[in-house]
Each structure stands twice: as C-alpha cells, then as structure tokens.
Design a protein. Structure first.
Length: 296
C-alpha cells in the first residue's frame, strides 16, 4: 500500500494501466474495511493490470501493493472524485462506493464491459467510465450532492450511457455526511441544496418538489445558486438534468442495453425514495408509463 500526500503528486496525461478503481471514504469502520477488501478481491478476479485509489482524510490499515491512499481534505465528493481521477492512470475509471458490499460477480460485468471497448459509461450500484469520456465531458465538479447527475447529463449530451439493473443505483444515493453538529449546521444544508439545484438544473418549482427543507431554506439555496462559481449545465430547457438522466436510465433498461454484460442471476427491481418517485411521476411522462416496475 502506498500513502501519498496530494501536493507531491503529478497528473498522468496518458493511461498506463487498464483500470483504476476509485473510492472516496469519509469515515472508517469495520464495514468499510471489509468492503474495501472485497473491492481488492474484485480487482484481482478481473485479471487486468489495475490500481485502487482511495481519497480519505483518515488512516486505512489495509496492505496491498496496488492500493494507493491519498490523504486529502475535500469539500465535496465531486472534488474528491476529481482528485482521484487526476491521480489515476487507468484507461477505465471504476467508481465503487465502500459503503456498499459488492459481490464477486461485479468482476464479470466489468470484464465484459471493458472487453467491448465501450467509449461510454455504465451505471449501476457502481460506475464504469472510459477515461476519454470523463476528460471530454469535463469530469466531476466541486459539488456536494448529485455530482454524478451533473457529469452524466453531459455524458448523455455526448456519448450516452448504459444502465445495468440494480436495486440501488449509487449515483442517486444522498450523502450521509458524518459530521458533528457544530460543523454541520444550516449553512451546510443550504450548500447541499444549492449544489443539488446546480447539478440537477432545478427551477424553483422543481426545487420545491425535489428538495428537503422549508420553503425559506429552498429559496435561500436558490438565491445562493445564482452567485455560485459553478453554473448548471443546461441540456434541455424544459427538463431538469435529473429527469433527463432518469429517463435515459429507464430507456436503457427498456431497450436492455445491458444484456451483453448480464449475469444469469441478475433480476433486481429498482428502488427509489417516495419523494423522488413522486417528483418523477409529476414531471416525466415516460416514468408514468413504467411505474409498475418501480418499488417505492
């Protein structure tokens, strides 16, 4: 295991490894350590030349020659993912969430996807993106929430993506920031809502439906968005970025784009929150047509 200080690292211009597994770890406990070891097993099972890059503020006691710990403070998961990719050298970037436990079968999906030489992204409870796709679409931006939606809508506008059936799609999971109450106050919640508005390109009416918090909180977040250095990516004026990504996802599942990577035992039904479900029903004709396949 190599532990690096971010200031000593240089950006690799050309990929030298086949795959780079990238993860962001906020807090460390036994379940996180267990899940990180499963990621190492998955990487070994695939058989390609690989590296694992972990962005964290904590110490991690795992030994592996291909594991690289980058200790760095980060303001957002978008920033942390950008750091990981900038310091990686893989042709394909694989984002795995160490809060989730992955089965060894994930290695087969990754292997099949990379062998197809796909120049796009695959999303599930993990994400695989060709390095060129990340670079050409500007990568992750410094957003606290829905940074994946922000990147994926730009991917939809260029190459598109493939959705692989999963009960939980990691890109839609809300962060559980484990900060103490003194540090995590009203301003942090306002910034999270502001970044959600930016990433999802929410109009005020959308924000009232989509966001948690009081109307005053949402109004303040929308006001903060106007003065942010990061501006929403606008692909379609009549649809939020969240709707665009979710409709692309369901279209991909309906078309069964994933079948060439499918495992025989894969037959999970998708779960989303009631709030997201109601927002989609009110804003998306396509999602109204497929509600029978969604569990609240």
């Amino acid at each position: 295991m190599e532990v690096s200080n971010l200031r000593t690292l240089s950006i690799t211009a050309e990929p030298s490894k086949k795959i780079s597994f990238c993860s962001v770890v906020y807090d460390i406990d036994n379940s996180i350590i267990f899940n990180l070891k499963k990621i190492i097993e998955i990487a070994e099972e695939i058989g390609f030349n690989y590296e694992i890059i972990i962005i964290t503020e904590k110490d991690i006691d795992i030994e592996n020659p291909n594991l690289r710990i980058i200790k760095s403070k980060f303001n957002s998961y978008g920033m942390a993912k950008s750091i990981a990719v900038a310091q990686s050298s893989g042709e394909y970037i694989i984002i795995l969430n160490p809060e989730l436990e992955y089965s060894i079968g994930v290695s087969d999906i990754i292997y099949k996807f990379i062998n197809q030489n796909e120049k796009k992204a695959l999303i599930s409870n993990f994400t695989i993106i060709n390095r060129d796709v990340i670079i050409n679409n500007g990568g992750w931006r410094d957003l606290m929430e829905y940074e994946d939606i922000d990147l994926l809508v730009r991917t939809v506008a260029s190459t598109g993506f493939i959705a692989y059936p999963s009960k939980t799609f990691d890109i839609f999971l809300k962060r559980n920031y484990k900060r103490n109450k003194q540090k995590y106050g009203i301003m942090s919640r306002l910034k999270e809502n502001r970044d959600t508005i930016i990433a999802c390109n929410l109009k005020l009416s959308d924000a009232f439906l989509f966001l948690d918090g009081s109307k005053l909180n949402i109004l303040m977040s929308k006001f903060m968005e106007k003065f942010s250095g990061i501006k929403p990516f606008v692909f379609k004026k009549d649809k939020s970025n969240y709707i665009i990504v979710m409709e692309t996802l369901i279209e991909s599942l309906i078309l069964e784009d994933y079948k060439k990577y499918k495992l025989p035992e894969s037959s999970e039904r998708m779960q989303i929150s009631s709030k997201d479900y109601n927002y989609l029903k009110s804003k998306s004709y396509l999602w109204n047509k497929v509600t029978q396949s969604i569990e609240k």
